[in-house]
Design a protein around this ligand. Structure first.
Ligand code: ZN
Length: 451
């Protein structure tokens, strides 16, 4: 394999970061990727989308997360290069020649994200993974040009690491596995910016015990508790932050708002005021440049304009989104889901179009799964290396992790307008409808007004 080299900068650049203190840049290629317009665009895309409506501090962006994953990968590679350098091929240790490739892949692992990715992809058939591959491999992008200074095939190899098709599992698993630099960064960063205390874990200790082995990344047995703590913090963050019911309600409103705009535009494009960057997506005819011109600001500009739309539903949804009027929600399960059509009828009778004012939304996560055969966590058990060099899977030595292993955490909720369960004198006219709705909700124990 060729040794990838970058020109060095005359002076090391350091960027202040509240999570990792400093981000260190010595290689010109890293610096040039950061300076590219496609990477700078990440400054304008919030990491957690609309989560700042619940946690006002959470306005951090994809820009700093990508820098953070780069920095963690750089530190891990440093440790590998100090302690675990391969002596003979196949000895399961680290090949220092892979360092620059791992660092570039880490820096670019989320380059394909657009604004409000989750909602946007669902409605407009975009795919951040495919877009990421394209941004890296398309010869017209500044990212591609920066990477090509290393070698002509370097962009392709970076794309392979991110797509998990690169042959060396150590490089791939540094940025995608159940204990990778990506998750380590976003758990710490999201915890810091949301202000919750659950997500923090002992990163220093985790980095102290991380090591390469033949099939990927393992941890020495001195670090079991630090790794255990990382799994628990992940579990907590999903339950408390990522699955927060108001957060999900905001995403539901965003989805309905964009879907209403799309439907109005397709009916008659002249009846909707929309900026050209977004119009391409409403029309279903867009290219890479259109994709790269989107950011949170473009989206919010459209939402602000739609507040004054003559279409009542669009105006109301835009206002609900911008001024934070969340929908109410109840948990549903197999036994209660048959009530939903009746509830929707009542919502309709009360004057709301159920298509734009209700939704069923599931949020489930697997905190840890040692034996998952497919999906994001596939075949990536966390391995603990014992003193004799043998490997043991984490849940076999940690009762805490064992209790989470293979479990599915989360819930399914039905979202509906808050007025349906509010006491409100103005609604006297509709009283029978509201009473009936509330009776349904309460008699079936659907309603847990948890705050
Ligand atoms: Zn990421």
């Amino acid at each position: 394999m060729t040794k990838f080299k970058s020109k060095k900068l005359d002076h090391e650049k350091v960027i202040r970061d509240p999570v990792h203190n400093y981000i260190h840049i010595r290689d010109k290629v890293i610096y040039d990727v950061i300076k590219s317009k496609e990477f700078q665009r990440l400054r304008r895309i919030k990491q957690l989308g609309p989560a700042s409506y619940v946690f006002p501090g959470a306005t951090h962006t994809r820009f700093e997360h990508n820098l953070g994953v780069y920095e963690l990968t750089r530190r891990i590679c440093n440790i590998f290069n100090d302690r675990y350098v391969s002596q003979t091929p196949g000895d399961g240790l680290w090949n220092p020649d892979e360092t620059l490739l791992a660092e570039c892949a880490a820096l670019l692992h989320d380059i394909g994200h657009g604004p409000y990715s989750h909602t946007f992809e669902h409605l407009f058939n975009t795919d951040h993974e495919k877009m990421g591959q394209k941004i890296i491999t398309d010869e017209n992008t500044e990212v591609n040009k920066a990477l090509r200074q290393v070698s002509p095939d370097f962009p392709e190899l970076v794309a392979q690491v991110i797509a998990k098709t690169y042959p060396n599992p150590q490089v791939v698993k540094l940025i995608s596995s159940q204990a990778d630099a990506d998750r380590m960064d976003y758990l710490l960063r999201d915890a810091y910016f949301t202000g919750v205390t659950y997500g923090s874990f002992d990163l220093t200790r985790v980095l102290e015990v991380i090591r390469p082995y033949k099939d990927g990344i393992a941890f020495t047995d001195k670090g079991i508790h630090a790794v255990e703590d990382y799994i628990i913090s992940r579990y907590q963050m999903y339950q408390q932050v990522y699955f927060h019911r108001i957060n999900r309600s905001t995403e539901v409103i965003l989805h309905h708002l964009l879907s209403r705009a799309q439907s109005l535009y397709q009916e008659d494009k002249h009846q909707l005021l929309v900026t050209p960057q977004l119009a391409a997506f409403l029309a279903g005819d867009w290219n890479l440049n259109d994709y790269l011109s989107l950011d949170d600001g473009v989206m919010e500009t459209n939402f602000s304009m739609w507040r004054n739309s003559s279409d009542q539903i669009l105006a109301d949804l835009a206002t609900s989104y911008l001024d934070r009027h969340p929908l109410e929600s109840v948990k549903v399960n197999k036994a209660t889901e048959e009530l939903i059509p009746k509830l929707k009828d009542l919502i309709k009778e009360a004057g709301f179009n159920p298509e734009y004012y209700t939704a069923t939304n599931s949020a489930f996560d697997e905190p840890y799964d040692a034996y998952k055969p497919s999906g994001k966590n596939a075949h990536s058990p966390i391995e603990i290396m014992q003193e004799d060099g043998s490997l043991i899977e984490l849940s076999e030595v940690s009762p805490l992790v064992k209790s989470l292993n293979g479990t599915l955490q989360g819930d399914e909720r039905f979202f509906f307008p808050k007025t349906m369960v509010e006491k409100n004198d103005d609604l006297e006219l509709f009283d029978p409808i509201y009473h009936e709705f509330q009776r349904y909700i309460k008699n079936n124990e659907l309603y847990y007004p948890d705050h």
